[in-house]
Design a protein. Structure first.
Length: 259
């Protein structure tokens, strides 16, 4: 019986690969055999993530600093990734952030910044990396959406903009899946619930009671861990998902099935 998740020989780029979920996904891709490049704005963050991944998997990770909200920077990222790895087979978009403000107090520059990072950059990387995938008739694109794409936060809690951006990522995923369905490219997403990342740890430090409140609302009774997202992404990146496109796998402890 073949190793269903074997990615040996595949070339993968993880945008946002220096962050909590992105780093876990990059680690998983490397563990299952892919050659991996990670990208993000801060070179030092990328290198720290690459060092950790090598310690855990033994594989070298390519680091390419780039601002994915810039079309020129994304084109340069694409060129550098192809030069370092060869033609890219797998693209993961894990970039994004959440700056919380009630909508009536939301600074327009924050709103526009989140739309640019969480949505526009995903579109830019998808369409740029899809060029080579379309030429070869093969590609796997996996976007990181969120449970917030389909479930609003009670009383908002400053998450309206973030929820809007993740809903956009999910619809972008579905639309690109339809657009590229006959070109050999699958486009899917994962939708994590609240996940323990360095960013969330800082939020909980500032709001000590928040963790218990949020945890109580997840049917499985715990917050997500970054590694919870590895296997769903590996499935979507592998040949086992060849007939799966336009879908979102919710790594959410059951949150999406309750009111």
């Amino acid at each position: 019986m073949k190793n269903a998740f074997d990615l040996t020989g595949k070339k993968a780029v993880v945008v946002g690969g220096g962050g909590g979920i992105g780093k876990a996904i990059a680690k998983g891709l490397a563990f299952y055999g892919a050659d991996v490049a990670i990208s993000g704005r801060k070179a030092e963050t990328l290198q720290a993530a690459a060092d950790t991944i090598k310690e855990e998997t033994g594989k070298d990770i390519v680091c390419i600093a780039a601002d994915a909200t810039s079309e020129d920077a994304v084109k340069e990222l694409y060129a550098k990734a192809n030069e370092a790895l060869g033609q890219v087979d797998i693209l993961v978009n894990s970039q994004g952030y959440n700056e919380k403000h009630p909508i009536d107090e939301m600074p327009l520059e924050v709103w526009n910044g989140m739309l640019n990072t969480n949505v526009t950059s995903v579109m830019l990387t998808c369409r740029t990396f899809a060029q080579g995938m379309i030429e070869r008739g093969y590609g796997r694109i996996i976007n990181v959406s969120s449970i917030r794409a389909i479930r609003a936060v009670n009383q908002g809690m400053g998450n309206t903009c973030y929820s809007v951006t993740k809903a956009a990522v999910s619809m972008l995923t579905a639309s690109l899946a339809a657009e590229w369905s006959k070109k050999g490219i699958t486009v899917n997403a994962i939708g994590p619930a609240i996940t323990m990342t360095p960013m969330m740890e800082k939020v909980f430090e500032a709001n000590p009671n928040m963790k218990n409140i949020l945890q109580a609302n997840i049917p499985m009774g715990r917050l997500g861990e970054a590694d919870d997202n590895i296997t769903p992404v590996i499935f979507l990146a592998s040949e086992e998902s060849a007939f799966v496109t336009g879908q979102c796998i919710y790594t959410d402890g059951g949150s999406s099935v309750i009111i």
